[in-house]
Design a protein around this ligand. Structure first.
Ligand code: NAD
Length: 325
């Protein structure tokens, strides 16, 4: 049975991915556990006897952390544009230097595959639909630090150390360690609580999306098949304007369009669409999860776990407290 180490595995995506991978593998979660659900609820998790935690800062990694590990999934760091600007030095230290050092040590330890979770934010603002061959245009410190880490880590690849760079779209879907600062999750939570949805600006801005379920399937396929080569790919299921998304969510609840409020002077300048040639090439059998199913899981989970908008679910709130106090 392979052993998978998930760096940053205590977060939104990591909490979900850990549970997916535990069905077939031993999992080590390496994380400072800023967001506690996984750390506190180990006993509730299926196959938890195969689960180990290393509670440590990414910058303190050492060779012995990787003992017995076959594959590393790196989801670590400051996870969005606004939080990355609060303390730029920290963002560079963790998202670039820390993740690069993690990969260097991994390679020196004989780890076979390094899966680096990156972001479509590396393309920045773009009028054209971008794919893996498009020019990158990172605008935020987050995007710049991640792109630099990507480049350095991808250079380390060889036949014994495969590197896969996964440039994620904006994620959505239920995780016990939910984020309520991601647009689809925000819309669902807002409708559940207030029966209305607020859209920044006119809502005509485009964004790419993918669900946690689909990202989980991609990781599973990649980890199972030792023959996958190194590659860089965008992870995108669909592109939508924020306005259309709000309408779809409202319709799902059986609500009416006048429950959408447009905050005109709160303009959102992020506007881009992505597609992927490599996703089709390498994951031929991938069937994207049904959107209504994902919304239902979110609604059920938010109600069941009584998840609220607070320091554990809004990354900007957490990092503001961490850096500005
Ligand atoms: N969520 C999205 O929509 C999205 C989109 C594109 C890319 N990504 C990328 O996916 C990855 C996971 O995203 P997420 O939404 O799960 O973020 P998250 O904030 O929920 O998870 C990040 C994890 O990293 C840990 N961490 C942060 N700094 C650390 C440090 N110095 N040492 C040790 N652990 C530390 C945190 O405790 C947290 O558990 C991130 O790399 C993010 O940039 C996410």
């Amino acid at each position: 049975m392979k052993t998978i180490l998930i760096s940053g595995g205590g977060g939104y995506l990591g909490t979900y991915l850990t549970q997916v991978l535990l069905k077939n593998y031993k999992v080590i979660v390496y994380d400072e556990f800023y967001f506690k659900w996984l750390f506190k609820n180990k006993k509730k998790i299926l196959f938890n006897k195969r689960l180990k935690f290393i509670k440590k800062d990414i910058l303190s990694v050492s060779l012995d952390d990787f003992e017995g590990v076959d594959i590393i999934c790196d989801l670590n760091g400051i996870p969005n544009d606004p939080s990355s600007e609060l303390n730029k030095r920290h963002t560079w230290n963790v998202n670039y230097k820390g993740r690069k050092k993690f990969a260097e040590i991994a390679k020196s330890c004989g780890i076979k595959r390094y899966i680096f979770n990156s972001t479509c934010a590396v393309y920045g603002y773009n009028k054209k639909v971008v794919n893996e061959k498009s020019k990158t245009n990172p605008l935020s410190t987050y995007a710049k630090a991640n792109l630099k880490a990507e480049k350095e880590i991808y250079k380390m690849r060889n036949k014994n150390f495969k590197v896969n760079i996964l440039r994620n779209s904006t994620l959505f879907g239920f995780s016990q360690n939910l984020r309520l600062d991601l647009v689809i999750n925000i819309f669902v939570n807002s409708y559940v609580l207030k029966k209305k949805i607020s859209v920044n600006g006119d809502g005509n801005q485009w964004r790419p999306f993918i669900s946690l379920t689909d990202v989980g399937k991609i990781y599973k396929t990649l980890i199972k098949n030792d023959n996958f080569p190194s590659f860089i790919t965008n992870l995108v299921a669909f592109n939508s304007t924020i306005r259309d998304l709000a309408c779809t969510v409202i319709k799902h609840f059986g609500g009416s369009l006048n429950q959408i409020e447009f905050i005109k002077n709160n303009k959102d300048n992020r506007n881009y669409r992505t597609r992927s040639n490599n996703l089709k090439k390498y994951f031929k059998n991938l069937k994207f999860s049904n959107f209504n199913y994902e919304l239902n899981q979110l609604i059920k989970g938010i109600k069941k776990y009584k998840i609220k908008s607070n320091i554990s679910t809004i990354r900007m709130k957490f990092y503001k407290k961490k850096f500005l106090n």
